[in-house]
Design a protein around this ligand. Structure first.
Ligand code: MN
Length: 153
């Protein structure tokens, strides 16, 4: 997807969010982070480092901690790698206005990564173990952005 949408949605004069950063991690492990975003509607932004960006989903409910808990995860625009450390207040009038705090973070190991399916071993503080993200087929007028996020064996 790249970072075009990320840039288009934001005015970096208004928001404290990081602009595109080419900074690449050199230490081991792919980034896993969930940011709690208290915007017009509270949600949890799940991000996984993939191909030099953070592939991102907005999870409207608390992320699944145990097997059997299934969550909707709405695919959102890719974010720059530097966003993984971002916490702060996005001011009124800016895109995504509200507070962002890191809810969980760590690394992940990819098991299977396709356009419709991500199977990952997450090593976080709250989330730990194998997780699946499965893209749902849009029904009717639904947008092509809905995924299912759950813990698996
Ligand atoms: Mn968000």
């Amino acid at each position: 997807m790249g970072l075009k949408k990320y840039r288009e949605k934001r005015d970096f004069v208004k928001t404290p969010e990081p602009p595109e950063s080419g900074k690449k991690r050199t230490d081991g492990g792919l980034i896993y982070v969930i940011q709690k975003h208290d915007a017009s509607r509270l949600h949890y932004d799940l991000r996984l480092e993939e191909n030099g960006v953070l592939t991102s989903w907005a999870v409207p409910k608390i992320p699944p901690l145990k097997e059997g808990e299934k969550r909707l995860a709405v695919r959102t625009e890719d974010h720059p790698i530097g966003y993984a450390g971002f916490e702060g207040a996005i001011p009124e009038g800016a895109y995504g206005a509200g507070t962002v705090e890191i809810w969980d973070h760590g690394t992940y190991d990819p098991v299977e990564m396709t356009a419709e399916k991500k199977i990952v071993n997450i090593h976080g503080g709250k989330l730990d173990g194998r997780y699946a993200l499965i893209k749902l087929k849009p029904r009717g007028k639904e947008k092509d952005v809905n995924w299912l996020f759950f813990k698996t064996k």
